[in-house]
Structures are given as structure tokens and as C-alpha cells.
Design a protein around this ligand. Structure first.
Ligand SMILES: [Fe+2]
Length: 317
């Protein structure tokens, strides 16, 4: 494998296009984000961590525009601009939060933005409760009272792309973004038929989420889902109840994934783009042994419902 052009630090945002910014803001607020800014033609939403924003909605017909990733330095942006075929130059981002970026296309034509130098903001206060579970007795002389309310989205975690050619997609992501596979899933009968590839940011010995992207095999290319970390399982369940009460459309959950181990819950936005809440991901580093597993040991829930057809077919354009 050739050396990657750069190794990105983390995922930065999803950029969608939607025909009604008020409706987008209502869904994303119910989903548990806070408004970071709004202009005449775009909405910027944040989590409780210190990133300026993690979700962008531009006004227009429903469309998935791009996924953003953080580079370590402006020098890395320059390297991408010089070495990645079809890349833009280093551009100044003329949006709230500022920063610079390079625009690329993933091999299916999917928009990728690599960014650096965005404004940081103060983290928002978070409500979490202590648990008295197993041998841990941490809540002493206090009671727990969880209200049904929007989850408190902490950060963006990963994006999953449906693609007809997983090997090409992974090769593109390795070369341009420096990602490395954590675990991959093959067809039960044929080890060479890849069904899914879970890849993580290569940060050496530093532990990172089990996957920052996942590629799943599908007849057409598109966004399967975008995923956001919430504070804990109480926060996930409270947000689940809130989204039901607000009549948003549920897709799948609550359960625990096998690969990545996250406790998950999937929701449709008003235009059918899947947004995931999760908590408690596996964390891996360069010492993590790569594994190739058959479907029966990969794509299932450890507990909770198995994936419905609607989820398996999701490939938003
Ligand atoms: Fe996910």
C-alpha cells in the first residue's frame, strides 16, 4: 500500500441540502443539536463539544453534498491540493466558523471536504447521571431523574457510504485520507466478496473510534447514514422517547452493534436521510489487529432488533 497523501484527524461535518431550513432546524433540534448559526441560505448546528458546527444544511432540493474531515495543518491541505487528482486549491471557507479547505471527490463522485483552522467555541454544559452498576457504586446520596428531552449530541462520529465497489472506495480513502481498516466483512460463502469495510483514522498509538467511515456494498452509491455520539445510554433513550413524541420517523434500534459495539438508534430526517445516535464505541489504535469476518460474525446486533430492509437499502443521493 502506498503512503497516504495525508492522515486526517477526525470527521468534521456532514453537509446536506434541504428545501426548508425551518423544518431542518426543528428536526436537528429534536435530534439534540444546538444552532451555531443561520444565514439566508444555510443552517449550522453544533454538538456539546467545542467544534463550531458539525452539521450544515444548505437551502435547495434534497441532496447529500459532502462529508468534511479535519486535517492536522494547512500544509496538509496544500499537499492534498497538489497531489490528489481533481482536487480544488486551498480555499478560504466563507461561512460561520471560517477556516480553509480543499474539495475532493471520492471515487463514486461523493463530495469530500478536508478542512483546517476552524473557529473553536466553548463546550456546552452537559447533564449526565452516575450509575450504580456492578461493582461500581458512584451515586451516593443522590437520586436520578431523567427527563424525556432531546439527546445532547456531543460530536459527529462517522459516515457510512453505500458503494458498488468497496475495494475501490477503501483504496481511495486510504490514499487520500490515511484511513486504515479495523474490521471487514465478507460473504459467508466467498472470502473475496467484501460486504463491508469499517475504517478508522490512523493516529498511531492514540486511540480513536472503531470507525470514522464504513463502506457497505450496494447496487448504487449514496449516503447510508451519518452518525452522532450522545452522552450515554440514558441520553440516548430520553432522546428516543422525545423523537417519538415529536412524530419523527424511526428506522432501527435501540440495539448494540457487533462491529464497533456501539449502542445505536437510527432516525430519518424529514427527507429520509438517516441520522444515527450512538454511545459507547470500541476504541482502537495502530496495535489493533485487523480482522476479516464472515457476515454471520459481523453484520448483526449483539442485542436489539436486526437491521430492517429500509436500513440496508439506504443510499441517499
Ligand atoms: Fe453507524
Amino acid at each position: 500500500m502506498n503512503e497516504p497523501i495525508i492522515r486526517v484527524r477526525d470527521i468534521a461535518w456532514i453537509r446536506l441540502q434541504s428545501p426548508d431550513l425551518d423544518q431542518a432546524e426543528k428536526f436537528l433540534t429534536d435530534f439534540g443539536m444546538a444552532k451555531a448559526g443561520r444565514t439566508g441560505n444555510a443552517l449550522y448546528m453544533r454538538g456539546t463539544d467545542a467544534e463550531h458546527h458539525i452539521h450544515i444544511t444548505e437551502l435547495g432540493p434534497p441532496k447529500v453534498l459532502s462529508i468534511g474531515f479535519h486535517a492536522d495543518s494547512e500544509r496538509d491541505l496544500q499537499r492534498l491540493a497538489e497531489q490528489a487528482s481533481g482536487a480544488s486549491g486551498v480555499e478560504t471557507i466563507n461561512e460561520p466558523g471560517g477556516g480553509k479547505r480543499v474539495r475532493l471527490s471520492e471515487h463514486n463522485g461523493f463530495g469530500i471536504e478536508v478542512v483546517h483552522g476552524l473557529d473553536r467555541v466553548s463546550a456546552l454544559p452537559v447533564q449526565r447521571f452516575k450509575f450504580n452498576t456492578g461493582p461500581d457504586r458512584r451515586r451516593l446520596g443522590e437520586v436520578t431523574r431523567v427527563s424525556v428531552a432531546p439527546s445532547q449530541v456531543k460530536r459527529i462520529g462517522h459516515a457510512v457510504i453505500s458503494t458498488p465497489d468497496i475495494k475501490q472506495s477503501v483504496a481511495w480513502a486510504r490514499r487520500h485520507l490515511g484511513f486504515t481498516p479495523s474490521e471487514e466483512v465478507h460473504d459467508e460463502a466467498d472470502q473475496n466478496e467484501l460486504l463491508a469495510s469499517f475504517i478508522h483514522a490512523d493516529r498511531g498509538k492514540e486511540f480513536v473510534d472503531h470507525h470514522i467511515m464504513m463502506f457497505g456494498r450496494h447496487a448504487t452509491a449514496g449516503l447510508n447514514h451519518v452518525s452522532f455520539e450522545v452522552q450515554d445510554i440514558d441520553d440516548l433513550w430520553a432522546g428516543h422517547e422525545w423523537l417519538i413524541n415529536q412524530k419523527h420517523r424511526h428506522c432501527w434500534g435501540i440495539g448494540r452493534h457487533l462491529l464497533g459495539s456501539q449502542i445505536f438508534d437510527y432516525w430519518n430526517d424529514p427527507w429520509g436521510r438517516l441520522h444515527e445516535h450512538w454511545t459507547d464505541s470500541d476504541r482502537v489504535n495502530a496495535d489493533h489487529p485487523y480482522r476479516l469476518v464472515p457476515r454471520s460474525e459481523g453484520l448483526r446486533s449483539q442485542w436489539g432488533p436486526q437491521a430492517p430492509q429500509e436500513f440496508r437499502d439506504a443510499a441517499s443521493k
